[in-house]
Design a protein around this ligand. Structure first.
Ligand SMILES: *[C@@H]1O[C@H](CO)[C@@H](O)[C@H](O)[C@H]1NC(C)=O
Ligand SMILES: *[C@@H]1O[C@H](CO)[C@@H](O)[C@H](O)[C@H]1NC(C)=O
Ligand SMILES: *[C@@H]1O[C@H](CO)[C@@H](O)[C@H](O)[C@H]1NC(C)=O
Ligand SMILES: *[C@@H]1O[C@H](CO)[C@@H](O)[C@H](O)[C@H]1NC(C)=O
Ligand SMILES: *[C@@H]1O[C@H](CO)[C@@H](O)[C@H](O)[C@H]1NC(C)=O
Ligand SMILES: *[C@@H]1O[C@H](CO)[C@@H](O)[C@H](O)[C@H]1NC(C)=O
Ligand SMILES: [Ca+2]
Length: 538
């Protein structure tokens, strides 16, 4: 999220306010005066007709490294901004609704684009969909994305800001959908033909929240690499930082090149188990490589420069991150990361020399432990023992699962109203453990063996969080596939994805693969690994 971009857009918005297009519709405050809901008190309503508003964004599930959709650079928009509170809670929500200014530019559809990390959404999230012809709405989820979690997450030290968390988790999202649809009626005097949610990560969790609680508001949902099981996976995301404190803080802390050495050794040992040498461990269940097997080896590092020897403590740390958190009694708490995953992403070693590094825990996990579990923004996480970690893990589940867990496997309502949902998850996801989504889908499937009629899940070997990596990335096409399923009844048996070509000196050449409907497994069965027909779903 570039907040500089939002500011620039707002500035230019001011310049063009008051240049109404030749427009039979009326983008005025009067038209939207009745825009409200029973549970809210509207503090301000702003309506702006803007022509040529610049857009810099792209749909959140698209790869931002070169496969952006063909996007117009500016948009003619009727932008509605609503500020409101839920009386008695002291909260403050900003919701943004964007409508194509001219009716002929509206494709008769409604599309909400999801947020990321602690960002629920904002004005930027509506501009791109409107540029593509949709009406869109989005919300800041009850907190300003540029203030720290410590500022909005606590009412006072020791006191969780429950209303703000509830807004972020679900309440404001639900309301943004309702308000967006109301605005459509007020402006165009008609209903959308189809309504969609499209998101990844936090946006994927938001999509699942809609699927679990408000499926009647959507015809189709993409909820990729979803931050579901939030209460468990966010605490699990802190496990690496916790183990680094226990194992290596007072010892030699590994620079990134050491994490890469473990990953490279695992790939060397297990890459070919799936039949293709492509830096992807597509069959992790068959990979029995242990981190301890490279203890004593020397790693040549470039940045920082120097040689470093792998210690047993470093190997214990990496093995712990692969295995995932275990309780003080040694019991399974949550999943780890696959062995071909970039472990530096959640520890970000910061080094002055090869043997002088400190770990910088991934901020969302660090915030969770300090602000939401210890309820003290200055809490020193270096003091935590395994007993403490175990207690915090269970506290997180007890206190937060029902509000933000987003892990209810009962999708009966979604099934009944006929909403379709697609989820995919990269198997090299370095932030959200892939197997948490597998766990959720298995739970849905055990309640309804026919789940694939309405909810389809695809694993993407070699893909990192939301996009990128060596592997088969479906992010550029998934939303179109969902639309075809909803609007044309084209059931996605597989999900088309692209990866870097194997054995090619041309680094821009790609190969295609058709990802498999879970629980089927993407399996190499042919000759040329660059041909989609060399893989099948087994
Ligand atoms: C709404 O408009 C008023 C008056 O122009 C302005 O003071 C206020 O900051 C605006 N609020 C938002 C949320 O844009
Ligand atoms: C959010 O905070 C930033 C920085 O403090 C401020 O500039 C901006 O106006 C705020 N946005 C809203 C919608 O209040
Ligand atoms: C994820 O689940 C698969 C299938 O059960 C298993 O093979 C794999 O080792 C698991 N990976 C992690 C990191 O838990
Ligand atoms: C691993 O992640 C870190 C942090 O996001 C990044 O700087 C680094 O380039 C990544 N390494 C690889 C090999 O992708
Ligand atoms: C549905 O099918 C028609 C006819 O083949 C095609 O033109 C249209 O693009 C399809 N719509 C979607 C959303 O795939
Ligand atoms: C590299 O591959 C891309 C995509 O297949 C192709 O468009 C391009 O012409 C190739 N370049 C060379 C130098 O072969
Ligand atoms: Ca492989």
């Amino acid at each position: 999220m570039g907040f500089g971009k939002v500011k620039a857009a707002l500035l230019s918005l001011n310049l063009i306010v008051g240049t109404p297009a030749s427009n039979p519709l009326s983008c005025t405050k009067d038209i939207f005066a009745s825009l409200t809901l029973d549970a809210i008190h509207v503090a301000s309503l702003n309506v702006t007709a803007a022509s040529g508003l610049p857009i810099s964004g792209y749909l959140s599930t698209d790869d931002d490294t070169g496969r952006r959709r063909q996007m117009p650079l500016t948009v003619d928009i009727c932008l509605v901004t609503l500020t409101y509170t839920h009386p008695g809670t002291g909260d403050n929500v900003h919701t943004y609704i964007g409508l194509p200014l001219d009716a002929e530019n509206w494709n008769s559809r409604f599309l909400m684009d999801g947020g990321g990390g602690w960002v629920a959404g904002g004005q930027e999230q509506v501009l791109t969909p409107v540029g593509l012809g949709y009406v869109s709405s989005s919300t800041d989820g009850g907190h300003n994305a540029s203030v720290t979690t410590a500022e909005w997450g606590l009412k006072a030290p020791g006191k969780t800001n429950w209303p703000a968390l509830e807004d972020f988790a679900s309440r404001a999202l639900h309301e943004a959908a309702l308000l967006g649809k109301m605005a459509i009626k007020l402006y165009y005097k008609s209903e959308p033909r189809y309504s969609y949610w499209n998101g990844c990560s936090t946006g994927g969790r938001q999509g699942h929240m809609m699927a679990q609680n408000y499926p009647e508001l959507f015809d189709g949902i993409v909820g990729a690499a979803p931050a579901i099981n939030w209460d468990k996976f966010i605490t699990a995301e802190f496990w690496g930082a916790f183990m680094a404190n226990i194992l290596v803080r007072t010892d030699v802390q590994p620079p990134s090149c050491v994490f890469s050495a473990f990953r490279d050794a695992a790939i060397k040992a297990c890459d070919l188990l799936d039949g293709v040498k492509d830096n992807i461990i597509a069959l992790p269940g068959q990979c029995h490589f242990r981190a301890s097997s490279i203890i004593g080896e020397t790693v040549d590092c470039i940045e920082p420069n120097g040689k470093i020897t792998i210690t047993k403590k470093m190997s214990d740390l990496v093995q712990a991150m692969w295995d995932g958190p275990r309780s003080a009694e040694g019991k399974f708490e949550w999943y780890g990361f696959h062995q071909d995953t970039n472990l530096s992403a959640i520890l970000s070693p910061s080094c002055t020399s090869v043997d002088s590094c400190t770990m910088v825990p991934f901020s969302i996990a660090d915030d969770w432990v300090k602000v939401f579990l210890e309820r003290n923004a200055n809490f020193d996480t270096e003091t935590l023992t395994l007993q403490d970690y175990t207690r915090l893990f269970h506290q997180s589940v007890d206190q937060y699962a029902s509000i933000i867990g987003t892990e209810n496997p009962d999708l009966t309502k979604l099934k009944r109203v006929g909403t379709k949902m697609i989820t995919w998850h990269g198997m090299q996801d370095q932030l959200i453990m892939t197997n948490g989504t597998v766990d959720y889908y298995n739970r849905v499937m055990s309640g309804d063996p026919d789940v694939a009629d309405y909810y389809r899940f695809f694993l993407a070997p070699g893909v990192q969080h939301c996009h990128s990596g060596a592997g088969f990335d479906p992010s550029a096409t998934t939303f179109d596939v969902l639309r075809s399923w909803v609007e044309n009844g084209t059931v996605p048996e597989t999900l088309k994805a692209t990866a870097a070509a194997v054995g090619s000196s041309n680094t821009s050449s790609t190969r295609t693969g058709n990802l498999c409907l879970y629980p089927k497994v993407f399996t190499y069965t042919g000759d040329d690994p660059n041909e989609a027909s060399s893989f099948s779903c087994v």
